[in-house]
Design a protein around this ligand. Structure first.
Ligand code: ATP
Ligand code: MG
Length: 256
Protein backbone atom coordinates (compact mmCIF):
# COMPACT_ATOMS: atom_id res chain seq x y z
CA UNK A 1 0.00 0.00 0.00
CA UNK A 2 1.34 3.44 -0.94
CA UNK A 3 1.92 5.78 2.01
CA UNK A 4 -0.42 8.71 2.60
CA UNK A 5 2.53 10.77 3.77
CA UNK A 6 6.21 10.13 3.27
CA UNK A 7 9.19 12.05 4.55
CA UNK A 8 12.53 11.70 2.77
CA UNK A 9 15.87 12.96 4.09
CA UNK A 10 14.03 15.78 5.84
CA UNK A 11 16.40 18.32 7.35
CA UNK A 12 15.88 21.64 9.11
CA UNK A 13 18.68 23.89 10.30
CA UNK A 14 18.13 26.98 12.40
CA UNK A 15 20.97 29.45 11.86
CA UNK A 16 23.14 26.58 10.63
CA UNK A 17 22.38 24.37 13.66
CA UNK A 18 20.52 21.15 12.83
CA UNK A 19 17.13 20.67 14.57
CA UNK A 20 16.07 17.75 12.32
CA UNK A 21 18.58 15.79 10.23
CA UNK A 22 17.97 13.32 7.42
CA UNK A 23 14.64 12.13 8.81
CA UNK A 24 12.81 9.33 6.97
CA UNK A 25 9.43 7.78 7.69
CA UNK A 26 6.13 6.97 6.02
CA UNK A 27 2.56 6.65 7.31
CA UNK A 28 0.04 4.45 5.53
CA UNK A 29 -3.73 4.43 5.84
CA UNK A 30 -4.68 2.84 9.15
CA UNK A 31 -1.39 3.63 10.85
CA UNK A 32 -0.75 5.83 13.87
CA UNK A 33 2.91 6.82 13.92
CA UNK A 34 4.30 7.77 17.31
CA UNK A 35 7.17 10.26 17.21
CA UNK A 36 8.98 9.92 20.50
CA UNK A 37 11.79 12.15 21.68
CA UNK A 38 12.99 14.20 24.62
CA UNK A 39 12.45 17.96 24.92
CA UNK A 40 14.26 19.73 22.11
CA UNK A 41 14.69 16.53 20.04
CA UNK A 42 13.02 18.11 17.01
CA UNK A 43 9.41 16.91 17.25
CA UNK A 44 7.66 20.25 16.80
CA UNK A 45 10.10 21.27 14.07
CA UNK A 46 9.11 18.12 12.17
CA UNK A 47 5.42 18.79 12.86
CA UNK A 48 5.62 22.33 11.49
CA UNK A 49 7.28 21.08 8.30
CA UNK A 50 4.67 18.30 7.97
CA UNK A 51 1.86 20.83 8.37
CA UNK A 52 3.41 22.96 5.63
CA UNK A 53 4.14 25.88 7.98
CA UNK A 54 7.92 25.66 7.88
CA UNK A 55 10.09 25.14 4.78
CA UNK A 56 12.59 22.30 5.11
CA UNK A 57 16.27 23.18 4.62
CA UNK A 58 16.46 20.06 2.46
CA UNK A 59 14.61 16.83 1.80
CA UNK A 60 10.97 16.43 0.91
CA UNK A 61 7.51 15.62 2.19
CA UNK A 62 5.23 13.70 -0.16
CA UNK A 63 1.45 13.55 0.29
CA UNK A 64 0.06 10.71 -1.80
CA UNK A 65 3.28 10.79 -3.80
CA UNK A 66 3.38 14.56 -4.49
CA UNK A 67 5.55 17.15 -2.80
CA UNK A 68 3.26 19.12 -0.48
CA UNK A 69 4.71 22.42 -1.70
CA UNK A 70 3.38 21.74 -5.25
CA UNK A 71 -0.17 22.33 -3.99
CA UNK A 72 0.07 23.53 -0.43
CA UNK A 73 -3.52 24.82 -0.24
CA UNK A 74 -4.89 21.51 -1.55
CA UNK A 75 -2.71 19.59 0.91
CA UNK A 76 -3.83 21.72 3.88
CA UNK A 77 -7.47 21.00 3.06
CA UNK A 78 -6.85 17.29 3.63
CA UNK A 79 -4.97 17.74 6.89
CA UNK A 80 -6.07 18.26 10.47
CA UNK A 81 -3.44 19.86 12.69
CA UNK A 82 -3.26 20.36 16.44
CA UNK A 83 -0.26 22.53 17.33
CA UNK A 84 1.73 22.25 20.54
CA UNK A 85 0.47 25.58 21.80
CA UNK A 86 -2.92 26.84 20.88
CA UNK A 87 -2.89 30.33 19.49
CA UNK A 88 -6.63 30.51 19.38
CA UNK A 89 -8.62 33.64 18.81
CA UNK A 90 -9.34 33.90 22.50
CA UNK A 91 -11.98 36.62 22.05
CA UNK A 92 -14.17 34.14 20.14
CA UNK A 93 -16.39 31.63 21.88
CA UNK A 94 -15.79 27.94 21.26
CA UNK A 95 -18.80 27.85 18.97
CA UNK A 96 -17.65 30.90 16.97
CA UNK A 97 -14.18 29.42 16.58
CA UNK A 98 -15.51 26.14 15.17
CA UNK A 99 -17.83 28.15 12.94
CA UNK A 100 -14.86 30.12 11.61
CA UNK A 101 -12.78 26.99 10.98
CA UNK A 102 -15.74 25.27 9.28
CA UNK A 103 -16.40 28.31 7.10
CA UNK A 104 -12.73 28.63 6.07
CA UNK A 105 -12.79 24.96 5.13
CA UNK A 106 -15.94 25.42 3.07
CA UNK A 107 -18.16 23.10 5.11
CA UNK A 108 -21.87 23.92 4.59
CA UNK A 109 -23.40 25.71 7.60
CA UNK A 110 -25.93 23.00 8.50
CA UNK A 111 -23.26 20.29 8.35
CA UNK A 112 -20.71 22.19 10.45
CA UNK A 113 -23.32 23.12 13.06
CA UNK A 114 -24.44 19.51 13.42
CA UNK A 115 -20.85 18.17 13.54
CA UNK A 116 -19.70 20.82 16.01
CA UNK A 117 -22.68 20.23 18.30
CA UNK A 118 -22.13 16.46 18.34
CA UNK A 119 -18.41 16.67 19.04
CA UNK A 120 -18.82 19.41 21.65
CA UNK A 121 -21.42 17.29 23.39
CA UNK A 122 -19.26 14.13 23.44
CA UNK A 123 -16.23 16.05 24.69
CA UNK A 124 -18.26 17.76 27.45
CA UNK A 125 -17.91 21.24 25.96
CA UNK A 126 -21.40 21.84 24.66
CA UNK A 127 -22.56 23.81 27.68
CA UNK A 128 -19.43 25.98 27.43
CA UNK A 129 -19.86 26.66 23.72
CA UNK A 130 -20.91 30.30 24.19
CA UNK A 131 -18.07 31.09 26.62
CA UNK A 132 -15.07 33.03 25.28
CA UNK A 133 -12.05 30.79 24.69
CA UNK A 134 -10.03 33.17 26.90
CA UNK A 135 -11.96 31.70 29.84
CA UNK A 136 -11.32 28.07 28.86
CA UNK A 137 -8.96 25.87 30.83
CA UNK A 138 -5.94 24.33 29.06
CA UNK A 139 -7.74 21.01 28.64
CA UNK A 140 -10.84 22.72 27.23
CA UNK A 141 -8.69 24.58 24.70
CA UNK A 142 -6.97 21.35 23.75
CA UNK A 143 -10.36 19.70 23.15
CA UNK A 144 -11.58 22.61 20.98
CA UNK A 145 -8.39 22.33 18.91
CA UNK A 146 -8.98 18.62 18.42
CA UNK A 147 -12.58 19.19 17.34
CA UNK A 148 -11.45 21.91 14.90
CA UNK A 149 -8.80 19.58 13.46
CA UNK A 150 -11.38 16.82 12.93
CA UNK A 151 -14.17 19.01 11.59
CA UNK A 152 -13.38 18.42 7.91
CA UNK A 153 -12.77 14.67 8.21
CA UNK A 154 -9.05 14.90 7.28
CA UNK A 155 -7.06 12.07 5.63
CA UNK A 156 -4.02 12.95 7.71
CA UNK A 157 -4.00 14.13 11.33
CA UNK A 158 -0.90 15.82 12.71
CA UNK A 159 -0.92 16.02 16.49
CA UNK A 160 1.76 17.73 18.58
CA UNK A 161 1.36 16.37 22.12
CA UNK A 162 -2.44 16.34 21.81
CA UNK A 163 -3.07 14.80 25.22
CA UNK A 164 -1.13 17.33 27.24
CA UNK A 165 -3.59 18.91 29.64
CA UNK A 166 -6.37 16.38 29.00
CA UNK A 167 -7.88 14.64 32.00
CA UNK A 168 -8.18 10.85 32.14
CA UNK A 169 -11.67 10.67 30.63
CA UNK A 170 -10.99 13.09 27.76
CA UNK A 171 -7.70 11.33 27.00
CA UNK A 172 -9.43 7.95 26.97
CA UNK A 173 -12.19 9.18 24.63
CA UNK A 174 -9.66 10.83 22.30
CA UNK A 175 -7.55 7.69 22.26
CA UNK A 176 -10.56 5.65 21.19
CA UNK A 177 -11.39 8.27 18.53
CA UNK A 178 -7.85 8.02 17.13
CA UNK A 179 -8.09 4.21 17.08
CA UNK A 180 -11.40 4.40 15.19
CA UNK A 181 -10.06 6.97 12.72
CA UNK A 182 -7.09 4.71 11.99
CA UNK A 183 -9.44 1.74 11.53
CA UNK A 184 -11.29 3.90 9.03
CA UNK A 185 -8.21 4.41 6.90
CA UNK A 186 -6.79 7.67 8.23
CA UNK A 187 -3.07 8.30 8.77
CA UNK A 188 -2.08 9.85 12.10
CA UNK A 189 1.18 11.45 13.21
CA UNK A 190 1.37 11.68 16.98
CA UNK A 191 4.29 13.19 18.80
CA UNK A 192 5.02 13.05 22.48
CA UNK A 193 7.96 12.90 24.88
CA UNK A 194 6.13 10.24 26.95
CA UNK A 195 6.58 6.58 26.01
CA UNK A 196 3.50 5.44 27.95
CA UNK A 197 1.27 7.81 25.97
CA UNK A 198 2.68 6.81 22.60
CA UNK A 199 2.59 3.14 23.47
CA UNK A 200 -1.16 3.19 24.11
CA UNK A 201 -2.15 4.92 20.88
CA UNK A 202 0.35 4.13 18.15
CA UNK A 203 0.83 1.25 15.74
CA UNK A 204 4.30 2.39 14.69
CA UNK A 205 7.11 4.30 16.31
CA UNK A 206 9.99 6.56 15.38
CA UNK A 207 12.39 7.46 18.17
CA UNK A 208 14.49 10.54 17.60
CA UNK A 209 17.39 12.02 19.47
CA UNK A 210 18.91 15.40 18.64
CA UNK A 211 16.99 15.53 15.38
CA UNK A 212 18.05 12.10 14.19
CA UNK A 213 16.14 8.87 13.87
CA UNK A 214 17.61 6.33 16.28
CA UNK A 215 14.97 3.58 16.09
CA UNK A 216 11.87 2.87 14.04
CA UNK A 217 9.45 0.05 13.34
CA UNK A 218 6.09 -1.30 14.35
CA UNK A 219 5.18 -0.77 18.00
CA UNK A 220 5.24 -4.51 18.72
CA UNK A 221 8.67 -4.89 17.08
CA UNK A 222 10.13 -2.03 19.07
CA UNK A 223 8.60 -3.04 22.38
CA UNK A 224 9.79 -6.60 21.80
CA UNK A 225 13.35 -5.46 21.24
CA UNK A 226 13.51 -3.62 24.54
CA UNK A 227 17.22 -3.18 23.97
CA UNK A 228 16.62 -0.88 21.00
CA UNK A 229 14.28 1.28 23.09
CA UNK A 230 16.67 1.41 25.99
CA UNK A 231 19.55 2.39 23.77
CA UNK A 232 17.56 4.97 21.89
CA UNK A 233 15.24 6.51 24.44
CA UNK A 234 16.08 5.60 28.00
CA UNK A 235 19.84 5.87 27.88
CA UNK A 236 19.73 9.63 28.26
CA UNK A 237 17.32 9.45 31.19
CA UNK A 238 19.48 6.97 33.04
CA UNK A 239 22.59 9.08 32.71
CA UNK A 240 20.94 12.06 34.37
CA UNK A 241 21.88 12.80 37.97
CA UNK A 242 18.46 14.21 38.91
CA UNK A 243 19.24 14.49 42.65
CA UNK A 244 22.46 16.41 41.99
CA UNK A 245 20.68 18.72 39.56
CA UNK A 246 17.82 19.35 41.99
CA UNK A 247 20.15 20.24 44.86
CA UNK A 248 22.16 22.60 42.62
CA UNK A 249 18.90 24.26 41.55
CA UNK A 250 17.87 24.63 45.21
CA UNK A 251 21.31 26.14 45.88
CA UNK A 252 20.71 28.67 43.11
CA UNK A 253 17.23 29.51 44.40
CA UNK A 254 18.54 30.10 47.92
CA UNK A 255 21.70 31.99 46.94
CA UNK A 256 21.64 35.60 48.03
N1 ATP B 1 12.47 29.12 15.69
C1 ATP B 1 13.59 28.55 16.12
N2 ATP B 1 14.78 29.18 16.02
C2 ATP B 1 15.91 28.60 16.43
N3 ATP B 1 15.98 27.38 16.98
C3 ATP B 1 14.84 26.69 17.13
C4 ATP B 1 13.58 27.24 16.70
N4 ATP B 1 12.61 26.33 16.96
C5 ATP B 1 13.23 25.27 17.52
N5 ATP B 1 14.57 25.48 17.61
C6 ATP B 1 15.56 24.52 18.15
O1 ATP B 1 15.41 23.29 17.49
C7 ATP B 1 15.53 22.19 18.38
C8 ATP B 1 14.28 21.33 18.32
O2 ATP B 1 13.16 22.05 18.83
P1 ATP B 1 11.68 21.46 18.79
O3 ATP B 1 10.77 22.53 19.23
O4 ATP B 1 11.46 20.87 17.45
O5 ATP B 1 11.77 20.30 19.89
P2 ATP B 1 10.64 19.36 20.51
O6 ATP B 1 11.10 17.95 20.32
O7 ATP B 1 9.31 19.72 19.97
O8 ATP B 1 10.73 19.71 22.07
P3 ATP B 1 9.57 19.75 23.21
O9 ATP B 1 9.40 18.34 23.71
O10 ATP B 1 10.17 20.63 24.26
O11 ATP B 1 8.32 20.34 22.61
C9 ATP B 1 15.82 22.80 19.75
O12 ATP B 1 17.20 22.77 19.95
C10 ATP B 1 15.31 24.22 19.62
O13 ATP B 1 16.09 25.09 20.43
MG1 MG C 1 7.60 20.41 20.83
Amino acid sequence: MAPIIEVKSLTKNYAGLPAVSGMNFAIRAGEVLGYLGHNGAGKSTTVKMLAGLLEPTSGEILFRGRNIHEDLAGFKRRVGYVPEESHLYSFLTGWEYLDLVGTLRGIPAAVRDAKSALMLEELSLFRHRHTAIAAYSKGMRQRIMLIAALLDDPDLLILDEPFSGLDVVSALVMRRVLNLLAENGKAIFFCSPVLETVEKVCTHLVVLRQGQLVASGSMTEILASKLALEESFFQLTEQVDADGMASRILGAIQSK
